[in-house]
Design a protein around this ligand. Structure first.
Ligand code: 4HQ
Length: 266
């Protein structure tokens, strides 16, 4: 059973998130408990302010430390051994590996900032981990928290409804997914690759690995650089390399017969 608390001044943003799809299924399966906590409930004073002007001047507001500290303490009391995450562009870039890491905690607390962010003393004394979902600017950490929560929940055993689809996903083995097709077998003159209709399971698996590898090489070569390849994968890439070599060799033969080099622009 994983326990998740999200600390935010906009808890309503999470209502439909908790009620749909994989999050709802995980809660109904009894493997997840999730809630949004309103930081304002921990603010004091007549106006229950959660933000204030920045020391040193300048534009924008900063989230006050006291309500945040009280809200985090209350969540830590409820969730034993919780790992506390602050969403910020300064955090470590979120990856599937970090999703796997987070999925091993019994409890997660996500702190969502608004405005210019939270008082530095909260970062220093109440936060275990800072994570960014990418190099772009959001208005608050709420959407970033949802992105991370979704990626984490689907890794909890039983969250996807029994089958092994989490292991077969993009990134699970460091490659992009192969192409997918469904009926009809001909759509606007475009046919489904013949091998997929053959019923030959070994050849289908070989085709899928081959398209995964080539797509990864073409679209995200960076993913291949830091990845240990299997013998079969090396065999596939060697095969493509020699096919490409054949094409280049054929060009060289043409060139040697050509009188002018007009076709060769590089
Ligand atoms: N934020 N990845 C919250 C982000 C962000 C990101 C900007 C977080 C504003 C207050 N969070 N502050 N990128 O852009 O996680």
């Amino acid at each position: 059973m994983m326990d998740i608390a999200v600390l935010t001044i906009f808890p309503e943003m999470f209502a439909s998130f908790w009620e749909h799809g994989i999050v709802r299924r995980a809660v109904e399966a009894g493997i997840l408990s999730a809630s949004a906590v309103n930081i304002r409930d921990f603010a004091s004073g007549r106006h229950k302010n959660t933000d204030d002007m920045p020391y040193g001047g300048g534009s924008g507001m900063v989230m006050k430390p006291e309500p945040l500290a009280a809200a985090i303490r209350a969540s830590k009391d409820k969730i034993s051994e919780a790992h506390t995450v602050y969403l910020t562009p300064q955090g470590r870039p979120f990856t599937q590996k970090i999703a796997e890491e987070l999925s091993s905690y019994k409890g997660l607390i996500f702190v969502c900032g608004r405005y210019e962010g939270i008082d530095e003393r909260i970062c220093q004394n109440f936060i275990d981990d800072e994570i960014s979902i990418g190099d772009f600017v959001l208005t608050g950490g709420e959407l970033a928290a949802m992105v991370i929560i979704e990626a984490v929940i689907r890794l909890i055993p039983g969250a996807l409804g029994g089958d092994d689809s989490a292991e077969k996903d993009s990134f699970a083995d460091g490659l992009l997914e192969h192409a997918h097709y469904t009926r009809p077998s001909i759509f606007e003159d475009q046919e489904v690759p013949e091998v997929l209709l053959s019923g030959h399971h070994a050849r289908i698996e070989q085709w899928r690995l081959e398209t995964s590898l080539i797509r990864t090489f073409l679209k995200r070569p960076d993913l291949l650089k830091n990845r240990k390849m299997s013998k079969q994968e090396i065999r596939i890439l060697n095969h493509w390399q020699s096919e490409i070599g054949n094409i280049i060799d054929a060009q060289s033969v043409c060139k040697s017969f050509a009188l002018s080099g007009d076709e060769q622009t590089f």
